[in-house]
Ligand binder design. Structure first.
Ligand SMILES: [Zn+2]
Ligand SMILES: [Zn+2]
Length: 307
């Protein structure tokens, strides 16, 4: 029988290696924000944080607690990462999806007020893990190799609990098909719906950062037409990118907006649709025309992405 000791990582796999193996899109490796629309979830978990009892190996989801506790001292990226992990676990809990867990070992220490960490070893566990139930403190218990009981409806249980305690209701579980943690507020519902599904992790498709959390439990991103509609761009998913509010402003008003446009075409969209090179070559021609003709930066279109 596997013991907790057997799960100590013995090699250092790259984050890319692990995401490739699972068919997940690599976002920003510092966000640890990995999930996709077909319900593949990946999180990284410290071996030190895992427990063993009566033959079961498990850990508790304490990511949101950690974020609350360290809100004033941690880096924004650390806070975002913690919420991203909590959100992935919650979605898997509600949808009964298995979690892929990459186990890490390394050094964690407090420097000044801030906790820093460095992973020395990292290895994807071949066994799936399952958010199984909540313990008496409300933490989700994630157990190795043990799916939820049949008929257990975690979401309904949480809803009842929220009603009893008067706390806000849990964010609804996403159905596998529509699984997205992205909130985009925009006009053309179909294109936006498709882009939201593509950016299901809630991470900016340009920089990989998680959008900020909305009250609905999703992450805020904006839809940006890489080639604006009034300059010959089409209202199609291949011309639209889901990005964070910062990048969106930069794409319109930044000194490097033309370079950004090229990167969005070739480093993001073309990679998503590698068979459509011709389409992107056409965008590229339009992009060059814009660079040549444009004197003043363009207006920001009204494109908040919302749920
Ligand atoms: Zn961004
Ligand atoms: Zn825009």
């Amino acid at each position: 029988m596997t013991t907790l000791k057997d799960l100590k990582p013995t090699k250092k796999q790259n984050v890319e290696e692990i995401t490739d193996e699972l068919g997940l899109k690599m976002t920003n490796k510092y966000d640890w924000c990995f999930s996709n629309e077909s319900g593949t979830y990946l999180i990284f978990e410290w071996h030190d944080d895992m427990l063993e009892k009566e033959g079961e190996i498990y850990f508790l989801d304490q990511a949101s607690d950690w974020a609350e506790k360290n809100r004033s001292t941690a880096l924004t990226v650390q806070i975002n990462r913690a919420y991203a992990v909590a959100s992935v676990i919650l979605q898997a809990y509600y949808t009964k999806a298995p979690l892929n867990v990459a186990i890490i070992e390394g050094v964690r220490r407090v420097v000044g007020l801030r906790e820093t960490s460095e992973a020395h070893l990292r290895e994807l566990d071949s066994q799936k893990w399952y958010p199984h139930h909540r313990d008496e403190n409300g933490h989700i218990v994630v157990i190795r190799g043990k799916p939820q009981a049949e008929g257990f409806d975690a979401y309904a249980v949480d809803q009842r609990r929220a009603k009893l305690t008067g706390s806000p209701p849990p964010p609804p579980p996403s159905k596998t098909v529509e699984l997205t943690r992205t909130a985009i507020y925009e006009r053309d519902p179909q294109v936006v719906r498709d882009v939201k599904r593509r950016a299901a992790s809630g991470c900016c498709e340009f920089c990989g950062k998680l959008g900020f959390p909305t009250p609905q439990g999703t992450y805020y991103l904006e839809a940006h037409h890489v080639i604006p509609l009034n300059l010959g761009g089409s209202d199609a998913v291949k011309n639209v990118i889901a990005i964070c509010a910062d990048d969106h402003r930069r794409a319109h008003f930044g000194a490097d907006r033309h370079e950004l446009r090229d990167e969005m075409i070739w480093k993001v969209l073309h990679k998503l649709y590698p068979d459509d090179t011709e389409y992107f070559e056409d965008l590229d021609v339009k992009s060059i025309e814009i660079t040549k003709s444009e004197k003043a930066p363009g207006k920001l279109e009204d494109v908040r992405m919302d749920s």
